[in-house]
Design a protein around this ligand. Sequence first.
Ligand code: PEP
Ligand code: MG
Length: 592
Amino acid sequence: MSIQVFGMPVSRGVAIGRAVLVASSRVDVAHYFVPSDRLEHEVARLREARDAVAAELTALKRDLPGDAPAELSALLDVHLMLLHDEALTGATKVWIHERHYNAEWALSAQLEVLARQFDDMEDDYLRERKADVEQVAERLLRYLGRSAPGASEMLAPTVSGARDFAGEDPLVLVANDVAPADMIQFKRSVFTGFVTDVGGKTSHTAIVARSMDIPAVVGAREASRLIRQDDWLVIDGDAGVVIVNPSPIVLEEYRFRQRQSELERARLNRLRHTPAVTLDGQAVELLANIELPADAAGALAAGAVGVGLFRSEFLFMNRDGDLPDEEEQFEAYRSAVLAMQGLPVTIRTVDIGADKPLDRMSPTELRHEHALNPALGLRAIRWSLSEPGMFRQQLRAILRASAFGKVRILVPMVAHLGEIRATLEAVARARQQLDDAGRAYGDVEIGAMIEVPAAALMIDRFLAHFDYVSIGTNDLIQYTLAIDRADDAVSHLFDPWHPAVLRLIADTIARANACGRGVSVCGEMAGDAAFTDLLLAMGLRSFSMHPARIASIKQRVLRADTRKLAATLDAVMQADDPARESGRLHLGGQSV
Ligand code: PEP
Ligand code: MG
């Protein structure tokens, strides 16, 4: 039977594929396809892990102290039995052979199937055995982790590479929640769409999904419970709807829409190298937001004239406390700079915290772990200033990369003049250290992100200390309206059209322009065509967004006349409902 699940659209387009359910706790498990000639090797890895776990359990049982409760020994017997049960390891082999999943992925897929069977059981005792299966699987996953092949041995998990042997069906990922750091691993993955139960439109998970330019729906509440492994799904990334096992007519309709959007995409792509100039001759800078150095090539290919936001924190995540040292960071920044072939690269200093924890925690886990509000805690520049050694190391790495091209430093979440002073001192100290060591570096502009209302309200004083500013609308909205951007329960209140938000943005742009300082918007509003006209009317001439959005925004810029737009600004800014007023004046386009 076909059902529909509603959530929030975060990345446009239509994806059609079979569901791959991934438990949130297991999204960090490696997901890649195994070529035919290595299937037996993969099965052998599973067998070795099983034998090792069996030996471990047997040893545990043997070494139980004489006075240990009899239940303990019985429990180990149950675990040993489960380990050899066809429903676990036997069925996992089938996933490897038939789907070409690597052993870890196959095991987690089978675990999902079993978990659901246990959940459906009437008998309480039997239902509780799910925990035992999970414990056994955890042990197996631990062993498999030790025998995991190096990255070069894995087949690059790209769609084209995988299709050679992994069956014909495209795959769609369904999870309760995915941490931003795990989402980044899916960047070059086989998945052609995403659905998560939780998350907001500008949560970092959604942002990474959008940067992958594949349809995604978040905040779909019950999705991971209602959808079953292998169900056919249509993800309507425009409407925020997931259709489970659609009828042939619905499927046909969506296939048609899919073809239409591919044609539209190809048409927009032709604008790639057209300069972004308005009808009245105003040049507009369209920059790219990237998460990893490898994204720079895509930015260039999409026609970006530079990187307006490199979210460097993705280099710091999931490293078990082993943060990247100066050399590793330098290599990463340099490779982005070289890839941009002389175009500017804006590197934001690490913005760890809030929904981007250092270790692997989903936003939901994070909220449960820390009762205090992480969005108001030690994040971004606050964290950097609390770790001066780490901060100077990052600054030295960025400065050194500037010897290879145009680099700008961007400081996130500044709110206090004291933070500005401390940051500038840290940069001066880093320069001094490089001078002392005889290391080269170039001229580097330093800018601040305006993403806290305090910074927007104090913009004149902030501008006196910085070469440029970049407005982070995602956080500016979060902090102005007191809405956690990652919380789907309040996502209906996350409103970029709120007059207070628009006023802070407009004032920041106007003041920066008046002082002759550069000003850009790098939050999600910059890549949303619904706001292009309005931002142009406010005087913005620099937008930074996911590479995939550049062509659409360029199309709007090419059709805009900034003189006419400026004349409409007052009406929108004075309106109680700026979105409606903007629609009445025929400004803007469709929002995602
Ligand atoms: C923002 O807050 O708008 C921004 C661009 O930074 P991030 O989304 O990484 O917090
Ligand atoms: Mg931000």
